[in-house]
Design a protein around this ligand. Sequence first.
Ligand code: KIV
Length: 269
Amino acid sequence: MPTVRDIRAKAGTAPITMLTAYDAPTAAIVDDAGIDMILVGDSMGNAVLGYDSTLPVTVDEVASRTGAVSRGAEDALVVADLPFLGFGFDEKTAVENAGRMLKEEGANAVKIESGTHTIELTETLTRLGIPVMAHLGLTPQHVNELGYARQGTSQEAADEMLDLARKHAEAGAFSLVLEHVPANLAATITEELDIPTIGIGAGPHTDGQVLVINDAVGLGEWSPSFAKQFGDVRSEMERAVGAFRDEVESGEFPAREHSHVEEELDGVY
Ligand code: KIV
């Protein structure tokens, strides 16, 4: 079983890879490809649950999806994202929600969109044996405050992010996601910390890279400018679905090889 120590040990020796997944078959594909970590991100809100943002995603939804991903993955480290208001207002609830992901759903760690309010929580969870991946920069759970804009673009904001990054590393976070921040700021934070940084829209100088699976394989209708599409799964699904419709309508499917006739049955055709 992978551990967060394995991930920390990989930093500086080879780039760390992480993709999101929200179901068992996708997790198995990601796992078979040798991806280091699978994030059961609250991006599931937009990616698979049909919400407009990540805000409606519930702890139950993340838990159910985390269980599916854990069952589909063998080698990758599974990280469950704590959704909006699943942490941050009282420590007991946060510990229970985070603990549930490991205890009941098979996750190896949790991710928390971070700020000053999550330093103590990071320390508590780490002490209890719940490894924490911190997350700074664009934090979509704060969309009503910050929108989806690039973060850390002013000197003050960059200094504040570096300070928060240090504090989360000191509190015990085993890694840090940096989302949609200037590449030079991500490079500095990476240099300053002794935990791995995982970038998304943060340039090439982080210890690893993460993408939302829908963006990486080309499943969604839209993807952010910093994402790269490595495949065109949507076109292939559209082709297959269209072919199914056409063959059912034309009578071509199901063919003889898809059917079974029981000769011994009486009173049926
Ligand atoms: O929810 C998510 O998928 C994330 C990644 C984009 C890092 O937070």
